[in-house]
Design a protein around this ligand. Structure first.
Ligand code: SF4
Ligand code: SF4
Length: 629
């Protein structure tokens, strides 16, 4: 994705959205960061977390010395299987704050500049190397034991350390591969595996005393200009599409900025809020307060207990099994639009292209096939998170207090798209909410025969674990094989078609059977529908059916993704028939005698499909298991 940077004014020590600082007129210096570079401010909760983590790792009191209260800190989320934020202060990246999904704790991995400050604060563990080892380390070598001239005696193997030159300047950071005594007793071998190097120097500490108001001042013209552009967009949409006007306000920062802009454009929109029944109390309260403060009409559509009722049949929602968006969001949204806006409406939403690939590709104005009559439009599509936040600060708007507690996004508190650290924060902030979810998941885990880690490490977020999670499960020595469930009688199933508003409008059908399928038999029978790939390790069968892709999980759940609704629903119906046949086959042989290709034989009391199958579906016509369904 190339180089990503954010601007910084070194003389004012403030982040910049444009090329120069409007406070001092100085030019912006670029700070290189990891894509997509959607940086956000660190709030009180984040700063406390940073300080606590640094203190635990590098010594009491070091955290506050490195991250004093009078400096602005930014966080840049980087791709990882749980939280991994680059921490930016004084115009440079000081390190990575990451949540370890195996050990279930936060860690701060300093870059050289972070380590210089830790060293300056008298914290951390150090290894001093001789002059002859400096150049090889700067050239990319690890630190070898013979090059070590001194080391913190407390160092043990596999600890965070920084490397000092003979004149006590930090030049590298890494992890120890042996304890201090082994480093010093002249043994051979790698003493420290290096993560990052820089020429040895003193820390580049800039002056403190900044506030977010200062950051607004440094970016005022840019904010004003982008506000004008957004207002122009809003007015042109309103002119072109003469319908009732609404803002979908979720209680989050993006929809707040959108609401502020629509107001600035001179409009008095209706605020619509879909309460999924899984909202934080702070969010519900914030929505009401914001509507009151602007004197705007608020329409709330509540999903009520829909999630908990549907859970009974569908089980835990997953990133690859997102039934909850449909019951809790799509359904109530469609109802609200149908009932309150019978003539259709334009809904301004706070969607930004930096949030996901799909949003990147989505146009600025779009129609929603699942919510007829609604035209969506986003005035902040090109804004980054920092831009949104500076605009909110610029307008002095009150925002959801959850951000200050350390949450980086607002939504359902048990959303399967959340990371483990977020769940830990929910548990801490709202134990009463978490307790209910914990009890429901514990009961499900015990029924399915899953170990405790399925819950503690939040593996419930997938039906089939992706690569990184699978590796983590293997490291923890875990396997998730559900206890077979095979109730007597006819197979029962339920499906939920629709687009997933939380999954960027992906069109899918999620379904659940009341039993776990025999994957081997199902994989064979489903070859009548399309190309089948099955993975015993992941516990999933994938079937390609005419422009749709179906995944049947060993848990008895399934999902079909397609480009359009018709294809998704038709494919799901075929999957259901295939699974019913595989489950109920009595080996009567009717299909074998009807198959025009002779592609079926009976073995062990079941139909077996061979490679001669041309997927004509003739055999489905005569199968008595389907006939009596
Ligand atoms: S009738 Fe024969 S060829 Fe046609 S789908 Fe069934 S097994 Fe395949
Ligand atoms: S027709 Fe008979 S043998 Fe063929 S799948 Fe149905 S029950 Fe099994």
């Amino acid at each position: 994705m190339g180089k990503f940077t954010i601007g910084w004014c070194a003389s004012c020590n403030l982040p910049l959205l444009a090329g120069s600082c409007e406070r001092c007129g100085g030019s912006s210096q670029e700070v290189q960061i990891t894509p997509p570079g959607d940086v956000r401010p660190a709030f009180e909760g984040d700063l406390d977390l940073l300080s606590e983590t640094v203190d635990r790792q590098f010594g009491e009191g070091v955290g506050k010395k490195i991250f004093p209260n009078d400096k602005l800190v930014l966080l840049n989320s980087t791709p990882a299987i749980d939280r991994a934020d680059e921490v930016i202060m004084d115009g440079c990246v000081l390190g990575l704050l990451r949540y370890d999904p195996k050990e279930l704790k936060f860690e701060f991995s300093p870059r050289c500049e972070g380590a210089r400050r830790i060293f300056g604060a008298g914290g951390g563990k150090w290894v001093k190397i001789d002059e002859g080892a400096v150049k090889p380390v700067l050239d990319g070598s690890n630190v070898l034991a013979p090059g070590v001239i001194a080391a913190d005696p407390k160092i043990e193997a596999d600890e965070e350390v920084y490397i000092l030159s003979p004149d006590d300047l930090v030049l590298a950071v890494g992890r120890s591969r042996m304890g201090a005594s082994s480093m010093m007793d002249g043994r051979k071998g790698m003493a420290v595996k290096i993560r990052q190097v820089e020429p040895p120097r003193k820390p580049s500490i800039l002056k403190g005393g900044q506030t977010w108001e200062d950051a607004v001042e440094a970016n005022r013209k840019f904010l004003k200009k982008s506000e004008e552009k957004a207002k122009h967009f809003i007015r042109s949409v309103v002119e072109k599409i003469p319908r009732q006007l609404a803002v979908a306000y979720s209680g989050g920062k993006d929809s707040l900025a959108t609401l502020l802009l629509v107001r600035e454009a001179g409009e008095d929109p209706t605020i619509i809020f879909v309460d999924t029944g899984l909202e934080f109390p702070e969010t519900v309260e914030n929505v009401r307060r914001v509507a009151r403060s602007f004197g705007l009409k608020l329409i709330v559509e509540a999903a009520g207990d829909a999630f908990w009722q549907a859970f009974e049949f569908f089980g835990p929602p997953g990133r690859d099994y997102r039934w909850c968006c449909k019951t809790c969001k799509l359904g109530p949204t469609a109802k609200l639009i149908r009932e309150k806006f019978p003539g259709g409406c334009i809904v301004f939403l706070g969607q930004r292209k930096y949030e996901s690939d799909r949003r990147y590709r989505q146009p600025r104005i779009w129609g929603n096939p699942w919510v007829p009559g609604q035209i969506g439009a986003s005035p902040i599509k090109d804004w980054k998170a920092l831009h949104v936040w500076l605009y909110i600060f610029y307008k002095g708007a009150e925002f959801n207090s959850l951000y200050k507690s350390g949450f980086s996004r607002i939504g359902c508190w048990m959303c399967p798209a959340s990371e483990i650290w977020e769940f830990k924060l929910v548990e801490k902030k709202h134990p009463e909410l978490w307790q209910r979810w914990d009890e429901v998941l514990k009961a499900y885990a015990s029924e399915s025969g899953y170990p405790d880690e399925w819950l503690s490490h939040a593996f419930w977020r997938w039906q089939a674990l992706p690569e990184g999670q699978l590796r983590l499960a293997q490291e923890l020595g875990l396997k998730f094989e559900p206890k077979p469930r095979a109730p007597c009688g006819k197979i029962k199933y339920r499906i939920l078609p629709g687009f997933s508003p939380c999954k960027d409008g992906q069109i899918s059908v999620e379904g659940s059977f009341d039993r776990t399928p025999d994957l081997e038999r199902a994989a064979n029978l489903l070859t009548t529908l399309g190309e089948v790939r099955s993975s015993e390790k992941l516990g999933v069968i994938k079937v390609k059916i005419h422009g749709a892709e179906a995944s049947v999980f060993r848990t008895g759940k399934f999902r079909v993704i397609a480009r359009d609704e018709r294809r998704a629903v038709e494919s799901a119906s075929l999957i259901v028939k295939g699974i019913i046949r595989a489950d109920g086959c009595v080996g009567c042989g009717v299909c074998a005698s009807r198959c025009p290709r002779g592609a079926i034989f009976i073995s062990g009391g079941h139909a077996v499909i061979t490679q001669a199958c041309t997927k004509c579906l003739e055999c489905y016509e005569y199968c008595p298991v389907l006939y009596f369904e």
